[in-house]
Structure formats: C-alpha cells, structure tokens
Design a protein. Structure first.
Ligand code: SIN
Length: 275
C-alpha cells in the first residue's frame, strides 16, 4: 500500500492518503498510521466509508474501545462505544464546542479519538486542533519550572449531569439523570507523552477547575493565561469536513474545538475513543 502523509499546517495535522481504513489493513500499514499520528498529533483521511462495525474494527487496531460514561443513555442504545456528534438546525450549542481534550475527568483519559463525518454542512462546522507540545516548548524556563510540580483538578460538572443544562440546547444528548455523579481526577499540568517522551501542556477549559491545593480564584488567572497561550494560532490547524472525512487525534498532546458556525444545517458525525 502506498501511503502518503501530507502536512496541512506548519504546527499540527497531516492528511493521510492511499489507504482505505475499512479494509483489513496489514500490521505495517497500521504502524505507518500510528507513526503519522505520533509525528503530526492529528491525522485526516478523506473519502472513506465506515459503518459502525468497520469504525469499531479500525479503532481496535490502535487499542481497546473506550465507553464514554456520560453518553450511556440507557435501553435502546446498541453501540455503547459510539458517540453520535449531532448538530440540528437551531441548536444553541454543539458537542465539542470550546477548546478541550476529551474526557479528561477520567483517571486514565482516552489516548485518542476517531471522528467520522456522515453528513456535513456545505460550509462551516470545521474543527480546530492545537499542538500542546509546541505550547509547552514556547513557555519560558521560569514558567516551566513553576508548572512542573502542579497538578490540576479535572471534573465533568460543566458538561454532564442535571446542572449542565446542555440537553435543552443541543441535539447531542448527555447523561443528565438524578443518578449521575461527577467524576473527578487530578492530572499533572505538564504531561510526558508515553510514546514520544515529549513534554506537553495538559490543561483545558472544559474539564479543569483549579490547581491542586489552590482555590478557583487563585487558579483562574494563571489558567486563563495558559488557555490563551495553548491555542495561539501558530500552534493550530483547521480541518474542513466533507462526508467521508475522518479525523484521528492524539488526545494526550492536542486540544480541539468544534466551531459552532453552521446554525441552520445538519452536521452528523460518529466518534469512537481509544482507551
Ligand atoms: C469532539 O469534541 O469530539 C467533537 C469534535 C467535532 O465535532 O468537531
């Protein structure tokens, strides 16, 4: 198989061509895809056709399927490993809006996600990605030293549960029942990627509430600085979707942001995550 990997921006992101991900791919092709992911942090495929089974099968080549606890909506749900990211005309918010890494309230957040576009608007609904190795590297030595011992408190109270209010605003529904309980865990502010060994920032404004041992008020000014720094334009790329497009991101060293700018259209995607 003749795989080509073509960067789409200077900082992050590459398009992978010459591969049909629905095929039973040989191990050497999977290794080449994994290397492209490690090199570029997010990789894209075009013109693919994935039903749920093939989507899960491709995902399993990179690790175990992750089941997202906040999207388990009860009886009638056939595929607990699939999250449908759905935008309907008139939605006030969309799943994935705002810079974040996925599901970081977990003790071991998923290593990656594979998002497949089923229906996309003619224009709008792009996704932004930001390289968190570059964000870390660009900090001063003084800031790096200050962040080195810090851990951050991550929880999911802003985006799930009865108080989040999200289900009234968007088609993608999340658990909001009275039995729902928040999940909270601590993670180092500076992560070390287990495969590349590189340091990266690991903070995001959706899940992080404060630094360990500090109040919200004490934490917020530094968090605000780091959130703005982490997504400087020169650390980012922007992906334009078409039906059949796939984005596969490394959730350990990237942030992403689904842009909510296609208000009167349908955008329908299918997502798996890798434990
Ligand atoms: C997500 O955050 O997983 C969704 C991203 C998108 O829909 O672009």
């Amino acid at each position: 198989m003749n795989i080509t990997v073509t960067p789409i921006a200077g900082a992050i992101g590459a398009e992978v061509s010459g591969v049909n991900v629905a095929d039973d791919l040989p191990e050497c092709t999977i290794a080449a895809i994994r290397q492209a992911l490690l090199d570029h942090c997010v990789i894209f495929f075009r013109d693919q056709t994935l039903d749920v089974d093939r989507h899960k099968a491709f995902t399993r080549r990179f690790g175990e399927l992750f089941v997202h606890p906040n999207f388990q909506l009860g009886p009638g749900q056939e595929n607990p490993e699939i999250v449908y990211v759905r935008r309907e005309p008139g939605d006030g918010r969309v799943l994935g809006q705002g810079w974040h890494a996925d599901t970081t309230m977990m003790a071991t957040p998923p290593m990656g996600a594979i998002l497949y576009a089923i229906e996309t608007p003619a224009v709008g609904g792009d996704t932004l990605f930001a390289n968190q190795y570059l964000a870390y590297d660009a900090l001063s030595d003084g800031m790096k030293a200050m962040l080195a011992p810090l851990r951050a408190v991550h929880n999911d109270t802003r985006i799930a549960g009865p108080n989040s209010g999200l289900n009234a605003q968007r088609a993608s529904q999340v658990r909001a029942d009275d039995n729902w309980r928040p999940t909270e865990n601590l993670h180092p502010v500076v992560g070390v990627h287990p495969e590349t060994g590189r340091k990266h920032l690991f903070l995001n404004g959706i899940y992080v509430h404060r630094f360990e041992g500090m109040s919200v008020a004490e934490s917020q000014p530094l968090l605000d600085y780091l959130y703005a720094h982490a997504v400087r334009p020169e650390f980012t790329c922007r992906f334009r979707w078409h039906p059949g497009s796939i984005a596969f991101w490394d959730n350990r060293c990237t942030l992403h942001n689904a842009i909510h700018d296609s208000h009167d259209t349908v955008r329908h995607m299918q997502r798996t995550q890798i434990s």
